[in-house]
Write a protein that binds this ligand. Sequence first.
Ligand SMILES: [Zn+2]
Length: 443
Amino acid sequence: METAILFDQEIDIAKEWSAEASAGSSKSTIIQKLEEKYRIHSRKRNFSCQCCSQQVVLVLRDGSPHFRHEGERCPSADNYEKYIRRVNKHESNKTHQVGRAILRTYLEGQVKTHGVLVQEGYMYRSTLHIVPDFILLFPSGEKWAIDYVTGAREDESYNNYILKRTAAYQAAGFKPFYFIDASWIAEIPNRSMISLYLAESQMKVHSSIDQDWSDFINEFMETFGESFVLRELFSVYRNNFSNRTSSSQKYEVFSLAYIDPNERKAWIQRFTPSSAKFGFRIHCAAISLEKAVSLSKKRDGFQWWADDEAEVMRGCLERLSIKYEHEQTQLAKQRNELDQEDHHMSSQPKPMVAATSVTPTYEAKSTLGFVADPSSLTDMITNDMPVAVAQEMIEILSANKARLSKQTLEEIRHKARLVMGPIRNPNPISSGLRKAMIELALL
Ligand SMILES: [Zn+2]
């Protein structure tokens, strides 16, 4: 293992090695320095294992300085061997080594105040099937497995390995958390989409913030229609992909946490999977590494969110609403023009009122004429329409439902939902109007 006890101190030989290396010392200088500092204590057999308290010996080898058990091995010695083998096989060594050290420092800085202990994964006191970088031990007895993932590879065996790893952690009673190296982030040009490794998909989580976004996106889909949202949010046209067959399928938002330890930065990428290899990019929250390793208030995870995400959601709704209303107005205009052309074709004289009344009153319109001219109906459904008119509209529409086209009904329902606003952040309308809008939305 990389740490041992010298009287009352924990000596982390790998950490000292990399500190010297990053200060610019050559390998031989580092070995010489550490030999001078520690060899005599090793000869006197005064280093002991943190796990089993046996004496351990200092081994200063290039790249993997460590302490070795001489007698019987203990669980942490077994864990250490497995751990080193895993890191050598699956991680980008240099990136992992440097990033891991920074991550540990930041983790300790943030969780210590909560009485949480950060431990090297291999120091766990029983043999683990797969050994994580770090283990967080909570006063409550809860245990988390923390990994810094750097070994980008796209193949089935690596994918299975990540699957197995998550399962192994969970079986050993750990809650797994993956910090992925930021070099993995892959946004697709001209689309708001991301490209994923299969293994990356396995590391996604679904937090309570992700749930808020899920509700939000599904509300968008319901209010504006799927093709509109796909186009406006992700620049994707429905015909371009065929994965989702039914529009009633719910969109679920997940997140991945990426870090750049050297820059002390983190990104929480929220997305809804399109397939195992692609995701619709919902939002990417840029946060500090410090925040990414801070515990949430409930202590059920890390603070994997930006503080302005609720505002981003609202801004998104506003932008979509304006665009949607605009498109609907354009459509209504076009239909009106077509209708008027029809009138000319049948050479019927245009009624004077239509030409002169710029702002039709509700009273003038609230007749059976509704059904004759359904396109004007949706325009009348607004946040400030009188409740009485809304109720009258419901009565007339209910009575004449059979005579209305499916499209008209759908437009009316959409408009009613727009007036209500999103469930979590409803528009400020009177309870009477809300009741009426619900009836209209369910028409
Ligand atoms: Zn031991």
